[in-house]
Design a protein around this ligand. Structure first.
Ligand code: FAD
Length: 525
């Protein structure tokens, strides 16, 4: 993906313009381009810079929704889980989850629920849930608090790398002919006779404004959806209620081994996960209503304390603030109950909603990463209707994403590991780059599994434009070890400057910006 070439293509006439490059917008771009519609997507910052790089990284039906009785939603998510497992097998793996039982009744209670979960998955089931005795639970989770432990249940769900999957979607859309551009915020809507006919986007790098014409515009800006709706109609009623969730990243020693731990009911009635991910332990999450969305949400002290306290309750050794390698916060774009004056299209899933404004602006909010493909199918169906595009059935259920090997993998546990695994079928080209330029073969940092070559690859092929793009999303250095990632910022800035033709002033500013970001990903005190 060459950014300059894509910017040049903005003068083309498009069928579908998509605003927002998170899971929802990128999924819609793949769906639209795969149907043969001329498609453009513009993202204000970087792909998945918002909520879509800040998830729990589970591809799941949602055991929680099952407890709430939302069977249809769980069935749909499990079907999408199976498809994603097949279509992005280089980024999605199976993971075994253990629900420990500390009361005599909890084993049978959760056992029945998880049997239903198995049943709902049908042919998309990843593995059978079963009950474990106390010894088997402790063998799988050696750091689990043993006192009063009776046994547990094990079940299988999916796990993935969210920012890398977003990149796979961007690359897939580009492979299908879509124009996909980051650092390009939409600042206005093009309207003719009351109808939305395109967008005005400002290139954050050059400052130039581009008028992009399209037959229909999809607003996929997550928690910012109402801002775009207000560009269309200052009186538009709000559609989103943001809710913050945070995660802590701890060393693998807190949860050694390949199993995840599920606390089915925390003090505030949520599910808490402790998950092995890329050689670390992820702990999350929380659910805190937020009045106004911001681009860099901050974890609250009480959220951090809540996670530390619950983790301590279930593990033999209590994590302290100094154990935390990184903390991150994301905002869920939850759907507000529909108001009068907005035409609502409740699609098959009750989890996401598609709204069509009188101007023809199509907005999609809600949903989750797991169901991004179904959301894309629904929103592109609606966009095609609004713009009277030729009806084309959705081709994405079996579409392999960029980097996925052609054949489905089976019974692999855990996200594929090893150097460059997340690049899938691009990995050999990256290895060839290292052979051609051996100095790129070194590690960026001894505590991080990333090569100098990945910076160059990101700049050349994955539209990485900043140090943050490389360290937070093309690689996951920021999450794996925020301090180490800050230490390699100068090396990354140097390589990027060489690739992008930037000067020393740019490099220094990039390093300063990145260090400020990494500082915020660390806990003080
Ligand atoms: C804490 C947490 C944990 C989660 N865990 C899971 C999980 O384990 N599994 C799962 O399936 N789901 C999970 N989810 C849900 C999932 O992450 C979200 O549903 C999904 O990422 C939302 O994607 P989105 O594209 O709608 O929003 P976003 O990712 O926020 O994307 C919107 C994009 O629009 C861009 N934008 C905004 N304004 C403009 C503009 N004017 N011009 C251009 N672009 C603009 C933003 O920069 C942003 O990149 C979790 C969510 C949270 C918060």
């Amino acid at each position: 993906m060459d950014r300059a070439q894509n910017v040049d293509r903005l003068t083309e006439p498009f069928d579908v313009a998509i605003v927002g490059g998170g899971a929802t917008g990128l999924g819609a771009a793949v769906e639209s381009a795969a149907r043969g519609y001329r498609t453009v997507l513009v993202e204000a910052h970087d792909f998945a810079q918002g909520t879509s790089s800040r998830s729990t990284k589970l591809v799941h039906g949602g055991v929680r929704y099952l407890a709430q009785g939302n069977v249809g939603l769980v069935r749909e998510a499990l079907r999408e889980r199976g498809r994603l497992r097949r279509n992005a097998s280089h980024l999605v793996g199976d993971l075994r989850f253990i629900v420990p039982a500390y009361a005599w009744w909890s084993g049978p209670y959760y056992g029945v629920g998880l049997k239903l979960y198995d049943l709902l998955a049908g042919r998309f089931r990843l593995g059978k849930s079963r009950s474990l005795d106390r010894e088997a639970v402790l063998a799988a989770l050696p750091t689990l608090e043993p006192e009063q432990l009776k046994g547990g249940i094990v079940y299988v769900d999916g796990q993935f790398d969210d920012a890398r999957l977003a990149m796979a979607l961007a690359l897939t859309a580009a492979d299908l002919g879509a124009v996909v551009i980051n650092q390009m915020p939409v600042v206005g809507l093009l309207k003719e006779e009351g109808r939305v006919r395109g967008v005005v986007a400002r290139d954050a790098e050059s400052g130039r404004e581009h008028t992009v014409r399209a037959r229909v515009v999809i607003n996929a800006t997550g928690v910012f959806a109402d801002r775009i709706r207000h560009l269309d109609d200052p009186a538009a009623v709000p559609t989103v209620s943001p809710s913050q969730g945070i995660h802590l990243v701890l060393p693998a020693s807190f949860l050694p081994g390949a199993h995840a731990l599920v606390v089915p009911r925390t003090d505030d009635g949520r599910v808490l996960f402790l998950i092995p991910w890329h050689g670390r332990t992820l702990v999350g999450t929380t659910d805190t209503p937020v009045a106004e969305p911001v681009e860099e949400p901050r974890p609250l002290e009480e959220e951090v304390n809540f996670l530390l306290q619950h983790t301590a309750r279930y593990l033999v050794s209590d994590p302290s603030r100094s154990d935390v390698l990184a903390v991150y916060a994301g905002l869920r774009p939850l759907v507000r109950p529909p108001d009068e004056g907005v035409e609502r299209t409740a699609s098959l899933s009750r989890d996401h909603h598609v709204f069509t404004s009188p101007s023809g602006l199509v907005t999609i909010v809600g949903g989750k990463w797991t169901t991004y493909r179904k959301m894309a199918e629904d929103v592109v169906n609606r966009a095609a209707q609004v713009a009277a595009l030729a009806a084309v059935p959705s081709p994405t259920a079996a579409l392999r994403l960029h980097g996925a090997p052609g054949a489905a993998r089976t019974s692999e546990v855990g996200v594929p590991t090893g150097p460059l695994a997340s690049y899938g079928t691009d990995a050999p080209a990256l290895q060839a780059l290292v052979r051609a330029e051996p100095e790129l073969g070194g590690l960026l940092h001894p505590r991080l599994p990333y090569l100098h070559a990945e910076v160059v690859w990101g700049a050349r092929h994955e539209m990485a434009r900043t140090v943050q793009d490389v360290l937070a999303r093309r690689t996951r250095a920021l999450l794996l070890d925020a301090r180490a990632s800050a230490e390699c910022a100068p090396a990354v800035a140097g390589l990027l400057a060489r690739e992008l033709g930037r000067d020393r002033t740019w490099e220094a500013a990039q390093v300063a910006d990145y260090r400020a970001l990494a500082e915020r990903a660390l806990l003080s005190g």
